[in-house]
Design a protein around this ligand. Structure first.
Ligand code: CP
Length: 315
């Protein structure tokens, strides 16, 4: 098997063959034996990778760190607050500096949506998008696909519900791109101001806007999203602390126990996390056997091992 690609910036830039190769390799790393022994991986020339997170993260940052360590790579953690970006050094100059020190791959989370495409062609080191503004989060969509494939033995012929803050979610964008590539039907539901605009290029023919109740009852995969309040241009009318009031987001758009009871027998629940219990999803459902939330986190390490290998063309 061979697969390679210096950069991973947008899922839309990958073909399904490339995605399938990453999933195959991610599946290999996710299998219990390999997941456990992979920290003894032998490498001959010790690649160096660097995490640069300009926005907060728990899952993506630490799963890339664990993935690198399991592969036997050196991992550096760049801290924006104590770096020379505080003195005005640009993203490009920062990366060029790391490249000069021998860093082979930079894993970047940033608010800026276009910067990765601007700098990647000018650099030898590989760039991996670990979440860029409200644009894309391709490695999240890849670990989501692996989780779906492990449940259904396929990523095709499925009905995918994406519920909540679709408009400001980079996870939703990457998943819509992915499921469109595989020809899946996508149901989206949520408050109108949190759905993509009707003329958005994301709104292809395979996407249907439905009620939350319909989406949850019909879907094979029920993907709930975090409400990205920090990205909303204005304060909404929702009363986030009211439980059962007329502007209660959870009762209107959340995965309540009543909606959960109407899910299909074999359907699964996903959430990229961090999740808000009692806002997007009922507390009791988070760790139910239908919920893949912590399986997604675990698969994040395996898929990111495959993504680092791809960036380093090591297979
Ligand atoms: N899902 C996700 O990207 O989580 P973090 O923000 O914790 O990395």
């Amino acid at each position: 098997m061979g697969f390679a690609g210096k950069d991973l910036i947008l899922l839309s830039e990958l073909g399904t063959d490339d995605i399938d190769s990453i999933l195959d390799r991610g599946q290999y790393w996710s299998e219990e034996h390999n997941f456990r022994i992979s920290n003894t991986a032998k490498v001959t020339d010790n690649p160096q990778v660097c995490n640069l997170f300009f926005e907060s993260s728990t899952r993506t940052r630490f799963s890339f760190e664990l993935a690198a360590k399991k592969l036997g790579y050196h991992i550096l953690n760049f801290e924006p607050s104590t770096s020379s970006t505080q003195k005005g050094e640009t993203m490009y100059d920062t990366l060029k500096t790391l490249e000069a020190m021998g860093v082979n791959v930079a894993i970047i989370r940033t608010k800026e949506e276009n910067i990765l495409h601007e700098v990647a062609p000018k650099l030898e080191l590989g760039i991996i998008n670990a979440g860029a503004g409200a644009n894309e989060h391709p490695t999240q969509a890849l670990l989501d696909l692996l989780t779906i494939r492990q449940n259904f033995d396929t990523v095709q012929g499925l009905k995918i519900a994406i519920i909540g803050d679709v408009r400001y979610s980079r996870v939703a964008n990457s998943n819509i791109v992915a499921h469109t590539k595989y020809g899946n039907e996508i149901l989206i539901a949520g408050p109108e101001f949190l759905l993509p605009e009707k003329n958005s290029e994301l709104m292809t023919d395979n996407i249907r806007v439905t009620s939350v109740d319909e989406a949850i009852a019909e879907a094979d995969v029920v993907m709930m999203l975090r409400v990205q309040r920090e990205r909303h241009p204005r304060k909404s009318d929702f009363d986030w602390d009211s439980k059962g009031g007329k502007n209660d987001y959870f009762q209107k758009y959340g995965l309540t126990l009543e909606r959960f009871a109407k899910m299909k027998e074999k359907s699964i629940i996903m959430h990229p996390a961090p999740f808000n219990r009692g806002i997007e999803i009922a507390d009791e459902i988070v760790e139910d056997e239908k919920s893949m939330i912590f399986r997604q986190v675990r698969n994040g390490v395996a898929v990111r091992m495959a993504i680092l290998e791809r960036a380093l063309e090591r297979i």
